[in-house]
Design a protein around this ligand. Structure first.
Ligand code: 5AD
Ligand code: SF4
Length: 447
């Protein structure tokens, strides 16, 4: 640590987009001589990257800010900043409501953080900057992010969303869909590969419509180019919208060796009535057609999804249709949520709201069903051989290392530090709800 080093603590809530934004924030702050703190108590700068997609993460924002406030009471010199979706929504109001907050920044003003912080540090101003433009400032995503020594990195390829699913706040807090220039994306990935990154995940709210508004090329062609970058061994992407998932992109799972065999394809509901009221733009049959195509071109592909239960007007029949869809598809895993009304969205004014206990019961039931399916699917891996990119020492045992398979499952196996960063073959011997266990096939280091 240099003599002037300051410490920053970043608390991040929400999606991979936010995790990726927080990485970008940290990268920018490093250039201002900040280093990451382990705890908020020791930091000079406390940042909160917020999420407003559902009620629960939004509540967590306010409880975390309460914690930050107590720290500032002990050490009044520290700076507190709030970014992300809640900040975008609330803007100046946050500064007015919370006298201990010094900075509010939006979802598209992360690149302005160094400038804003310098003003706060030198003039002790309180600032809100949540401008949301319809164009990407060339500086907005410039410069590859990622800590030195990291194996994996997110790369933002677009921001915003034009879909206006009736339950969703994202189009209001992330603005219109805008794609980055493919040259900028490719040069960032080339730079990351030069720094030792082996796996990239392309992120955006709706990656399948990359380039469609601006003529910047298709997502399929971007993926093909990313797969050609020397040094990058694995390519993933998230999130996909079923209505925009093209045959070209699906076929790449058979054609591109570096493309990991996993797709996160949020379905939200198995009922056509509910899908219509959600404004999703596809039917259950369309969705099942996509799944069949994916499995035809890539038989072992891992498929995960998002489900919302208790959308306004969801009947017992609609809910049964969702359970039935889970049984038909047999997803490798799901993320499931109770519907939560978001102010200003179309669905927030729909009638037929279900009470919390009915939603909770449906959610618990659905999660039970999926737990069994996930375990069964994990057990199907026993006896097979998986390629694992070793990421580090296992959390459960110091004599084991862990890493992910191409289909995104965590695997733990006996091995030492020397394996970290390499891709090895592992024979799977046991399976649990969230991970696999296996043995390293010695001499089978792939790269
Ligand atoms: N209520 C519940 N879940 C929601 N999601 C988005 N908005 C809401 C909401 N209002 C879920 C969707 C989406 C995931 C990121 O969050 O399933 O795919
Ligand atoms: Fe929200 Fe729908 Fe856009 Fe996804 S596609 S971010 S659910 S509006």
């Amino acid at each position: 640590m240099s003599a002037q080093s300051k410490l920053v603590f970043i608390e991040t809530f929400g999606c991979q987009m936010n995790v990726s934004d927080s990485e970008r924030i940290l990268d920018q702050l490093r250039s201002m001589d900040y280093m990451a703190a382990d705890t908020p108590e020791e930091a000079d700068l406390l940042l909160l990257n917020t999420c407003s997609i559902r009620e629960k993460p939004e509540h967590k924002v306010y409880s975390t800010l309460g914690r930050f406030r107590l720290i500032k009471r002990e050490r009044p010199g520290i700076i507190i900043g709030v970014g992300g979706c809640v900040a975008q929504q609330e803007g100046e109001r946050l500064l007015k409501k919370m006298s201990y907050v010094d900075l509010v920044f939006g979802t598209a003003t992360i690149h302005k953080l160094p400038m804003l912080l310098k003003e706060i540090e030198s003039k002790r101003l309180r600032i809100s900057n949540t401008e949301l433009t319809d164009t990407i400032d060339p500086l907005e995503f410039s410069g590859a992010t990622s800590n030195p020594g990291k194996l994996k990195s997110f790369v933002t390829i677009m921001r915003g969303c034009d879909n206006f699913c009736s339950y969703c706040i994202v189009p209001y807090v992330r603005g219109r869909e805008i794609s980055r220039d493919s040259k900028a994306v490719l040069s960032e990935i080339t730079e990351l590969a030069g720094r030792g990154v082996k796996e990239v995940t392309l992120v955006g709210q709706n990656v399948n419509s990359y380039g469609s508004r601006s003529g910047k090329g298709s997502f399929a062609s971007l993926l093909q180019q990313v797969c050609k970058v020397n040094g990058i061994e694995r390519v993933r992407f998230t999130t996909s919208h079923p209505k925009d998932l093209s045959v070209e992109v699906m076929d790449l799972f058979a054609e591109e060796e570096k493309l990991c065999h996993h797709i996160h394809l949020p379905v939200q509901s198995g009922s056509n009535d509910v899908l219509g009221r959600m404004n999703r733009g596809y039917t259950r049959e369309d969705y099942l057609g996509r799944i069949a195509h994916l499995r035809r071109v890539s038989p072992g592909i891992s498929i995960t999804t998002d489900i919302i239960v208790g959308f306004p007007g969801e009947t017992e029949r609609d809910y049964m249709d969702t359970l039935d869809l889970l049984k038909a598809v047999r997803f490798d895993n799901i993320f499931s949520f109770m519907y939560s009304p978001r102010p200003g969205t179309q669905a927030a004014s729909l009638g037929g709201r279900l009470d919390r206990s009915a939603k909770a019961e449906r959610l618990a039931d659905l999660q039970r069903l999926q737990r069994d399916i996930t375990l069964e699917k994990n057990r199907e891996k026993i006896g097979g051989i998986e390629e694992v990119l070793v990421e580090g020492i296992s959390k459960s045992s110091a004599t084991e290392v862990s890493g992910r398979t191409m289909c995104n499952r965590m695997v733990n196996f006996r091995g030492g530090m020397d394996l970290i960063g390499s891709t090895v073959k592992v024979v799977i011997e046991d399976a649990y709800a969230n991970s696999l266990k296996g043995s390293y096939l010695r001499g089978e280091k792939i790269c």
